[in-house]
Design a protein around this ligand. Structure first.
Ligand code: RRO
Length: 315
C-alpha cells in the first residue's frame, strides 16, 4: 500500500468540530493536511444530553466531553464525500460502532460503513476502537474484539486503514498484545490516543459536575494529556521499530502549540492531530502550527520533518 503523504503533517482529530457539512467544509478551506470526519455510525445519532462539552476547563487545563457519537450516520457522510474531496486534500472517514435499531453485529456495522466509504471515495479509514463515552470497555482494550472488527477489514483492504486507540499506560501487557496484533493485521496507521477516558471535573460555584451524561464522566483532552500521549506514541514507535514494522504512528493528545507537535514527532509520530486546540483556536490553528513547526525545524538545522521523527534521546 502506498505510503500516505499528509502535507502539512497536521490534521483535525475526529471530534466535535467535524460533524456537520459546514464544519467539514471549514476544515477543507483550512491549512489542515486532511479532513477527518467525526466518527460515523450506522444510524444517525443526536448524541448525549447537554451540557456534554466543556471546551475550556478552568485554568486552561483542557477540555472534557461526552458527546455520545453525535453524527449524520454513514449515508450522510457518503453524500458529502464528493464535496469534501473537492478541497484537494485527503478525506479520512472515521468509523465507530454504536448499538442501533438494525441490531447488526459489531463487525457487520464496521464492514458496511467501510465499504460505503471506500466506494464514495474516502482516501483512508480511521477505525475508532476507543470511544470513551459508550458503556462497556472500549474495543481497543479487548484483543478479541479488535480482531473481530479489523480482521475482515484488513483482509480485503483497498485503502489505508488506521486505528484510533485508547491509552495503555496502566496496562502494559495489554499494550504488547495489541501492538503485536496490529502488526499481524497489517494496519497502516495507529492513531494514539483518543481522549483520556472517564475523567470528571466539578464547578465549585454550583458544586455540580461540569457535564451531564454518564454521571459527569467524560473524555479529557488538552495540555494535561500531552505526557500521556507522548508515552503512548513512543511506546508504539519503539515496538514497531524493533519488529521492522512499517506502521506509521499519528500522535494525538495535548498539542496546543508547535512545540507540543515537535515533541510528538521526536517521540515517533509522523503526523499529528489536534482536538482541543481546534476548539480553542478555530481552524486557524492549522496554519499557526504548520508555520511554527517549519520555523522550529529551520532554526534547528533540519530540512525535513523525517529527520527528527523518533529521535528523542535517552538521558
Ligand atoms: O462522541 C464522543 O463522545 C467521543 C468519541 Br466517538 C471519541 O472517540 N472520543 C471522544 O472523546 N468523544
Amino acid at each position: 500500500m502506498k505510503k500516505l503523504a499528509i502535507h502539512p503533517p497536521i490534521t483535525n482529530a475526529s471530534g466535535p468540530l467535524s460533524v456537520t457539512r459546514e464544519e467539514l467544509e471549514a476544515l477543507g478551506r483550512s491549512a489542515s493536511g486532511a479532513i477527518v470526519t467525526k466518527s460515523m455510525t450506522h444510524c444517525p445519532r443526536v448524541g448525549n444530553p447537554e451540557p456534554r462539552l466543556v471546551p475550556h476547563l478552568e485554568g486552561q487545563r483542557g477540555s472534557i466531553n461526552s458527546m455520545g457519537l453525535n453524527n449524520l450516520g454513514y449515508r450522510g457522510y457518503a453524500e458529502l464525500m464528493s464535496t469534501l474531496k473537492s478541497f484537494g486534500k485527503l478525506v479520512i472517514a472515521s468509523i465507530s460502532y454504536a448499538p442501533c435499531e438494525h441490531k447488526l453485529p459489531l463487525e457487520e456495522q464496521y464492514e458496511e460503513i467501510a465499504q460505503t466509504m471506500i466506494q464514495s471515495g474516502a482516501d483512508m479509514l480511521e477505525i475508532n476502537l476507543s470511544t470513551p463515552n459508550l458503556t462497556g470497555i472500549p474495543i481497543s482494550n479487548d484483543p478479541e474484539s479488535i480482531r473481530r472488527v479489523l480482521g475482515p477489514l484488513c483482509k480485503k483492504k483497498k485503502i489505508p486503514i488506521g486505528v484510533k486507540i485508547s491509552p495503555y499506560n496502566n496496562t502494559l501487557l495489554l499494550f504488547e498484545e495489541v501492538a503485536q496484533l496490529l502488526m499481524e493485521l497489517k494496519v497502516d496507521v495507529v492513531t494514539t490516543m483518543n481522549s483520556e477516558p472517564n475523567v470528571m471535573d466539578i464547578d465549585l460555584k454550583t458544586r455540580t459536575k461540569v457535564i451531564k451524561p454518564r454521571e459527569g464522566y467524560g473524555g479529557y483532552g488538552g495540555p494535561a494529556i500531552l505526557p500521556i500521549a507522548l508515552a503512548e506514541v513512543h511506546r508504539f514507535y519503539k515496538f514497531f521499530k524493533k519488529y521492522n514494522s512499517p506502521i506509521q504512528i499519528w500522535g494525538c493528545g495535548g498539542i496546543i502549540q508547535a512545540e507540543d507537535a515537535i515533541k510528538h514527532f521526536l517521540a515517533g509520530a509522523s503526523v499529528v492531530q489536534v482536538g482541543t486546540a481546534l476548539l480553542w483556536k478555530g481552524t486557524a490553528v492549522f496554519a499557526e502550527l504548520s508555520r511554527g513547526i517549519e520555523q522550529w525545524l529551520k532554526k534547528n538545522g533540519h530540512s525535513h520533518l523525517e529527520e527528527i521523527v523518533g529521535t528523542v534521546r535517552e538521558l
